[in-house]
Structure formats: C-alpha cells, structure tokens
Write a protein that binds this ligand. Structure first.
Ligand SMILES: *Cc1c(COP(=O)(O)O)cnc(C)c1O
Length: 369
C-alpha cells in the first residue's frame, strides 16, 4: 500500500468510529477454523457479551456476518412472510430503508411518519395499530443517524404487544452508547452494527431475538427467502442447538476476534459508565457549538450523533474538506433531505472523548473564521 495511505483520521462522522489499537491487534491474531473448539469458545463469549450489552437473556443473540444492513435484512426476512402487514416508523433515512427492506420481503408496509428531526409519538402508533389490526410487527429506529433524533422506546412494547404485534428495533447507532434495555423494554427483535458505538471495524451485525420472535419464525409457512440469513439454519451454528454445530457459512473469524476485544473494552469500562460518558461528551460539544451560534436540528438529540445546522454563509463541502485535510478530522454531511443543510458530528465509542470534542470545536472555529 502507498505509505501515505491510510492516514490516521479522527473519525467524528456518522460511522465508522475510531477503532482502539487493542481491537486492531485482535484482528491480526492467527486465523482459526470456524469449527475449531477455540474459535467456538470465542464465539460463545461474543454472544454472551452481546447479551450483556443488549441487556437481554435472549439465547438467540449473535453477530450476523455483514454490516448493520445485514442485521436489518436478517430480522426482516426471518419475521416476514409475503402478504404480511407491518408498520414502519419513518422519520429519516434508516426508517425509510426499513420500509424498503420489509416491502422487498413481501410485506404491505403502513408507514407512520414524523418530520425529519422529530420522533414518533406513541399515540401515532396506537392509531395505526387500530387502523391496521392485522399488523404483525412494528419497526422503529432508536437512533436515527440521518437526523440525530433520539427515539424514546419505553412503553412502546406494551402497546404493540396488546395488539398482538412484535416490536422490532434498529439500534445501530445506540448500542453501547445509549441506554438500551432489550428485556426491560420488551423489544422482540433488535439489530445493530459494530462500527458505531462499539468502535470495532464494520463487518458484523449483532442481533437478538426474543421468545415472541422465535415463535413467529417457528410458525412460518414459507421458507425464508434468503438462504444466507435464514436463522433456522444459523441458530444451529451460533447456539449449538438442533443437532450441534454444523457448517453453514464460514464465519468472519478475525472480525469475531475484533468484536470480542471491542466488547471486552465496553464491559471493562462498564456499560453505565460508557453511556454516561457519551452523554457528558455530547453536552460538552453542544455547549461549545451553541456558544458559536450553531444550533441542533433534532429536539431530542442523540448523544452519539450531533446533527447541526450549517451556519449561514458557511461552505458545506469546503469546510468538511478543510477539516479533513488540515486537521485529519472527518465529520459527516447531511443525508437525504438534510443534504447541504446539516453536518453530523459523531461522538461514538472510542471517539467520544474530551480531547476530540475540544479538537473539533477548535478546528471548526478556525475554519469558519
Ligand atoms: C449505520 C446505520 C445502519 C446501516 O449500517 P451499515 O453498517 O452501514 O450497513 C442502519 N441503521 C442505522 C440507524 C445506522 O446508523
């Protein structure tokens, strides 16, 4: 590789987040076979640590091979059969993607919408469930990375379950950075990614399925359309159930080492302490930006992703280019309807530090002079 590449950037965008050197070293460990008992021990430990980070006892908790979108597709394709009715909450790019993915699985999708930057209210979902009583599941994004909006979820499962539906959650930008209680909040199926608040390279998608979701999958009349993501086969490998561990596909061995180390780091810090750190760093950044006259777009901002209005007169691409070239800092542009209007500053996992907050504030002040 060119000796100038890759540079060591400070990744303060919407993901990937900075990866600690401990995780990069883990990636370089000797590759084992995917049925080697040593590897299976590592995989079992990853699943157990994922349960701790998701705050769940769900036996079926494992890393899907692929990025966060593979987690979304895995849950959609396993829970949906053609002709099912589902509700998807859409208030940004990722809710829109969930709708698209579920439609591709053959579902009739009823969208519950909110303006970009707003969150979905519980009574909107209640009204939609009354209007569509055959709804099988309600999909919602906990951390909408395109708008920075932080979706409350407490109490949502009670409503959804009372109508006989499942609650499906996208936690790609919240897992490991925001409070998230899968069992206490009654979430039935959830997916995430490794490269946001877990600070691991992209490549695995932690998922977890509860008992209601298992019952739905066991009662399917049709085969899961995706062979690769069919949980009825994957679960034999990941949980060792149903006749022991057999080859399905070759697990991404070295990525599993990396996730193992990333989860070790999360649990060494402590989940509560890590969540508190994300909040503290968000508030530190927010105070600095607001002192510069820069405002936040969402009313309820995420701690892991700060979506701000581009100040009047500032050059969108030019500013981001100078941050990257002069300071080595990556921040994100606006996505979808916010393109050209917003910047997104991620403070995720290993990147959520006072040093990075003060650095990006100083750099922005200089570039915006
Ligand atoms: C990043 C992200 C995804 C997609 O994850 P990939 O790893 O890019 O496939 C899905 N949902 C949300 C909310 C995200 O932020």
């Amino acid at each position: 590789m060119n000796t100038q590449f890759p540079a060591e950037r400070i990744l303060l965008g919407p993901g990937p987040s900075p990866v600690p050197s401990r995780v990069l070293r883990a990636l370089g460990a000797p590759t084992l076979g995917h049925l080697d008992p040593q590897y299976l021990t590592i995989m079992d430990e990853v699943c157990e640590m994922l349960r701790q980070v998701f705050r769940t006892k769900n036996a079926l908790t494992f890393p899907v091979s692929g990025t966060g979108m593979a987690g979304m597709e895995c849950i959609a394709t396993n829970l949906i059969e053609p002709g099912d009715e589902v509700i998807v909450c859409v208030n940004g790019v990722f809710g829109g993607r969930m709708k698209d993915v579920m439609e591709r699985c053959g579902a009739t999708v009823h969208a519950v919408e909110a303006a970009w930057g707003d969150v979905i209210e519980l009574d909107q979902i209640a009204a939609a469930l009354d209007q569509h009583p055959k709804t099988k599941l309600v999909g919602i994004v906990h951390a909408e990375t395109s708008t920075g909006a932080h979706q409350p979820l407490e109490g949502f499962a009670d409503l959804v379950h009372s109508k006989g539906a499942l609650l499906v959650v996208d936690a790609v930008t919240s897992l490991g950075g925001h409070e998230l209680k899968v069992d206490e909040w009654g979430i039935d199926a959830i997916y995430s990614g490794t490269q946001k608040c877990l600070s691991c390279p992209p490549g695995l998608a932690p998922v977890s399925f509860g008992d209601r979701a298992l019952a739905i999958m066991d009662a399917r009349k049709t085969k899961v359309q995706s062979w690769y993501l069919d949980v009825s086969m994957l679960r034999k490998y990941y949980t060792g159930g149903g006749g022991g561990r057999v080859y399905h596909h070759t697990a991404p061995i070295n990525m599993t080492y990396a996730l193992h180390e990333a989860l070790n780091i999360v649990l060494e810090e402590g989940l509560d302490a890590r969540i508190a750190r994300h909040e503290k760093m968000h508030l530190r950044l927010r105070a600095g930006l607001e002192a510069m006259g820069i405002s936040y777009i969402p009313k309820r901002s995420l701690h892991s992703l700060n979506c701000i209005s581009i100040p009047a007169g500032a050059d969108d691409a030019g500013t981001r280019k100078r941050l990257l070239e002069e300071y080595g800092i990556e921040i994100g542009s606006g996505l979808g309807v916010m393109a050209g209007k917003a910047w997104r500053i991620g403070l995720m996992g290993h990147g959520s530090t006072a040093r990075n907050v003060d650095l990006v504030l100083t750099a922005l002040r200089e570039v915006l002079k």
